[in-house]
Design a protein around this ligand. Structure first.
Ligand code: HEM
Length: 458
């Protein structure tokens, strides 16, 4: 099989560069070898890993029949956290079934049920902010998005179980982003329980505590069976697949943890970028403020999410810093053709979100933060794909855009902020995401008088 060209340096070196300096490495390869290009990672006899960024090739990959591809090669790292039944680890019919059950709570009408709650949680967290003090956006955003997931997805009300779960999850998620834990997830032979003081033993015990709380919540909800509840867990408890089957407790646990792990840090990272980017671009901030100021004196989630400039700012943030650089890598099981190349079993195909978003042919001045481009033009789902696409596209696409706009809009309606450190930031790895370096400290300059929150629907 003739493969697209790519670097000839030893695979170990390519792997290290891809992990340590992912954006520089991808930029260099794209500049030198064009699109697509092949890299060698994972070991000496590693399969070729081919990166694609042209809309046409990405469209072809998304259209490939799922049975010709194996998605499990890259996702196994999630197994210890998310569990065997997680949607992320499923393939074929099981995967379709899980998606069919999981998608409805995150779409259409359902989103409107969450708007008011998202704004209220944001208000609750920021009410501690005092004019003149400095806050870290990097700490504030996960605090907001974790509470949103716990209330909207798990349907937990603030109380002892909520607080315990929030603390345990927050700590666990903080730990798993450290290099030590990340390595344990990548190398299953290191996953040994040598007692509560060993890293893996500690992880297992904490996971056990979290699971006990989640199972207790599931039991209670099954017993109550309240059809008026709108949270995702309640909807999943009531959901049935085509064969009339509902989810088991273990399936529910695994999906809840997966939604939490994929939904909380990603949105928090995107929000950190948006705060940095708009405050580093005064013109953009000014336009955004003017749009928000034109809203009536009450904060209406439904009106806020429809603001075109606010939407464009969030879209452009995810274009320039897409949080996840790539879609789930696909290993070829049966020969497939993409971009005029024939790929045999074993090759790994990677739709590269980051490079697709930096393509000169698609985006004028791709390195510049320019929300207007989303007002002036519509991009196809193969040109703009921060949430991936095809059969494994992100389940939280609509929800996280909705959440981003409401959190950003609510905070800007309450406070004027200023970057405490004007030096440019760069992307740094945090777990599966790339977030701005330095924690984005911001000074609270001014507080605006309080507009009232009004119900999303009367
Ligand atoms: C800014 C926020 C987010 C970004 C940038 C993001 C991005 C992504 C990307 C790139 C993928 C892989 C798609 C592919 O390979 O084609 C993905 C998958 C996924 N995301 Fe998100 N995501 C975000 C928020 C969320 C939220 C809020 C949830 C749920 C609460 C969520 C749940 C999932 C799930 C379950 C999958 C796996 C889907 C599957 O395997 O079928 N994500 N996300």
């Amino acid at each position: 099989m003739k493969l697209p060209d790519g670097p000839r340096t030893p695979s170990l070196l390519q792997t290290i560069r891809l992990i340590a300096q992912p954006t520089e490495f991808l930029d260099n390869c794209a500049q030198r070898y064009g699109d697509p290009f092949t890299v060698r990672v994972l070991g000496v006899n590693s399969p070729p890993v081919v990166f694609f960024s042209s809309p046409r090739a990405i469209q072809e990959i998304f259209a490939l029949p799922a049975q010709r591809l194996d998605f499990g090669k890259a996702t196994h790292v999630f197994r210890p956290l998310m569990g065997e039944h997680s949607v992320v680890l499923q393939q074929g019919r099981n995967h379709q079934r899980q998606r069919q059950l999981l998608m409805p709570p995150f779409h259409g009408e359902r989103l409107r049920d969450y708007g008011q709650l998202i704004c209220e949680i944001t208000e609750q967290v920021i009410k501690e902010w005092a004019v003149g003090s400095t806050i870290s956006i990097h700490q504030a955003m996960p605090e907001i998005t974790l509470q949103i997931i716990l209330q909207v997805v798990f349907g937990l009300e603030p109380g002892p179980r909520y607080l315990k779960l929030k603390q345990l999850l927050g700590d666990l998620l903080e730990d798993v982003t450290t290099p030590l834990y990340s390595s344990l997830f990548f190398f299953p032979p290191l996953q040994r329980d040598w007692g509560a003081w060993s890293p893996w033993g500690y992880f297992l015990r904490r996971r056990q505590q979290i699971d006990e709380l989640i199972y207790a919540e599931i039991q209670e909800r099954r017993a109550q069976s309240d059809s008026n509840r709108k949270d995702v867990l309640s909807l999943l408890l009531a959901a049935r697949d085509d064969a009339g089957q509902s989810m088991t407790d273990v399936e529910l646990r695994d999906q809840l943890v997966s939604l939490l792990l994929l939904g909380y840090e990603t949105t928090a990272g995107a929000l950190s970028w948006v705060f940095y980017l708009i405050h580093a671009a005064p013109q953009v901030l000014q336009s955004l403020r003017s749009e928000l100021e034109a809203l009536p004196s009450s904060l209406e989630p439904e009106r806020m999410v429809q603001l075109p400039y606010l939407s464009a700012v969030c879209q452009e943030t995810l274009r320039i810093h897409p949080i996840g650089l790539i879609c789930v890598p696909r290993m070829v099981k049966e020969p497939v053709q993409v971009a005029g190349y024939e790929f045999e079993a074993g090759a790994i195909l990677v739709p590269c979100i980051y490079l697709a978003h930096r393509r000169q042919k698609t985006y004028l001045n791709p390195g510049i933060f320019q929300p207007e481009r989303f007002i002036d033009r519509k991009y196809s789902s193969y040109e703009y794909l921060p949430f991936g696409g095809g059969s494994r596209g992100c389940i939280g696409t609509a929800f996280s855009m909705y959440e981003m706009k409401l959190v950003l809009g609510t905070i800007l309606s309450r406070f004027e902020l200023l970057l405490a450190d004007t030096r440019p930031v760069h992307p740094v790895r945090r777990g599966i995401t790339l977030v701005p370096s330095g924690g984005v400290p911001m000074v609270i300059v001014r507080q605006f008088s309080k507009p009232q929150l009004t119900a999303a629907r009367t």
